[in-house]
Ligand binder design. Structure first.
Ligand SMILES: [Zn+2]
Length: 418
């Protein structure tokens, strides 16, 4: 009997060690990822740039909604604006028969209302400007497409300020040449010059260099990243992966492994993960945002909700509904998540990397508890934990960590036992 028990224990123990060895990288990555002590919510909106006066009016209304909702520290809700600095100068491009590219910059002389509402929002703490790109496309690729494709010519015909949301999605990627698919990489010298130009333009337009970048369609590569880092960019917003190309069907092709919050890229640039969505025009309700907030906060992660200009700038009824839903999202989040903190992505990254004790958990047992919860989200690992029986000591350890979770706000988002 004793021998059988010894053999079973020995085999189990060997299986556990094998499991740990096999998943060592995931175990370490999830351990290294910062554990936040409080739920954090940031609304990340992209694609703002040159546009009609109605965009400024909508941004003004959004700013009013954000300012109405304040966290326990008195900080207003924050929406990051992923800025596109220029649109095509369609009239000039047409007049030169699509031979040369010209841009319209987001300058106050031409877009006074837009620039004013953005600057005002920044100084009152409800907006935070991030770099999305000089353009939401690679200009040489757009021009090559326009010369051969009447649909692109029509896009440049309709309006003086065409909306890049209407471009085919592969052409919306800025850091690849996707005029023909599969896409081709852009020459490193051209990338460096374009990054330098967009960073300098951002600084000139807004009086401060960009600290956070959101790559258009999440396509970028190491050359782009190194150039951003050299220009002072501190962090890149990612969907948890880096897409480096488009295949023959225009689908995104990932390079490298999974990205987690706080991971470092080249040149010490940091990554944050944004993989939850709040697009009211596509039917996303406040409940979706609250659900994301519950899951992310339980795992000690910030909730960055991705949204876009198109929700707020299209059909007036849809735009109105989107603003009301944003209002409901924020009110409900404050009600449901005691201790909720609003902050910009820039503040989040800085505080996370500096291990700000108010925000980032340092207590060993509490970190272990959250780490175990995160591991549970790795489907195969969870199954194997059951099969090998390692679930038993892990559950016991998780149970013990419950006694260390004194912080009420964290407790409130952690599930009851298990
Ligand atoms: Zn975009």
């Amino acid at each position: 009997m004793g021998l059988i028990i010894t053999i079973i224990l020995g085999v189990s123990f060997a299986a556990w060690l094998l499991l740990i060895w096999h998943y060592r990288r995931v175990l370490y990555a999830l351990w290294r990822e910062p554990v936040l002590r409080h739920p954090v919510l940031t609304i990340e909106s992209d694609d703002w740039g040159p546009g009609p006066k109605s965009d400024a009016q909508q941004l003004h209304r959004i700013a009013q909604v954000l300012a109405r909702h304040r966290d326990g520290h008195g900080h207003a809700a924050v929406m990051t604006l992923g800025m596109v600095l220029a649109a095509p100068d369609a009239r000039r491009i047409r007049s030169e028969n699509y031979q040369h590219y010209h841009r319209v910059l987001l300058v106050p002389q031409r877009f006074p209302a837009l620039c004013e509402v953005m600057q005002h929002g920044v100084s009152s703490g409800v907006f935070a400007l991030q770099l999305h790109g000089m353009e939401h496309y690679w200009p040489p690729a757009l021009m090559a497409a326009a010369r051969g494709d009447t649909a692109i010519q029509r896009w440049l015909e309709g309006d003086d300020l065409p909306r890049t949301e209407e471009l085919p999605s592969h052409l919306q990627s800025r850091w690849i040449d996707a005029v023909a698919l599969p896409s081709r990489p852009i020459d490193a010298v051209e990338i460096k010059a374009a990054v330098r130009e967009e960073v300098e333009t951002f600084s000139a337009l807004f009086g401060q260099p960009p600290r956070i970048v959101v790559p258009p369609t999440f396509v970028w590569n190491e050359t782009v990243e190194r150039a951003w880092a050299a220009a002072g960019v501190e962090a890149i917003v990612t969907p948890g992966q880096r897409y480096e190309a488009r295949d023959r069907d225009g689908m995104l092709v990932a390079g490298g492994g999974m990205i987690r919050n706080g991971d470092s890229g080249v040149g010490e640039v940091r990554y944050v993960v944004r993989d939850d969505y709040f697009e009211p025009a596509l039917g996303h309700a406040a409940e979706k945002g609250w659900a994301a907030l519950a899951i992310k906060s339980r795992a000690g992660r910030p909730t960055l909700l991705e949204t876009h200009r198109f929700n707020f700038s299209g059909d007036p009824d849809i735009a109105e509904a989107a603003i009301l839903e944003l209002d409901r999202l924020l009110a409900g989040a404050l009600e449901r998540f005691p201790g909720l903190m609003f902050m910009s992505t820039e503040q989040l990254v800085r505080r996370m990397c500096a291990v700000d004790a108010e925000l980032v958990e340092t207590g060993l047992m509490r970190r272990v508890g959250v780490w175990l919860l995160r591991l549970r989200e790795v489907p195969r690992l969870y199954k194997l934990a059951w099969l090998t029986g390692v679930i038993v000591p892990a559950s016991l350890l998780f149970f013990v960590t419950r006694f260390f979770r004194a912080d009420a706000s964290v407790k409130s988002v952690l599930p009851a036992a298990g």
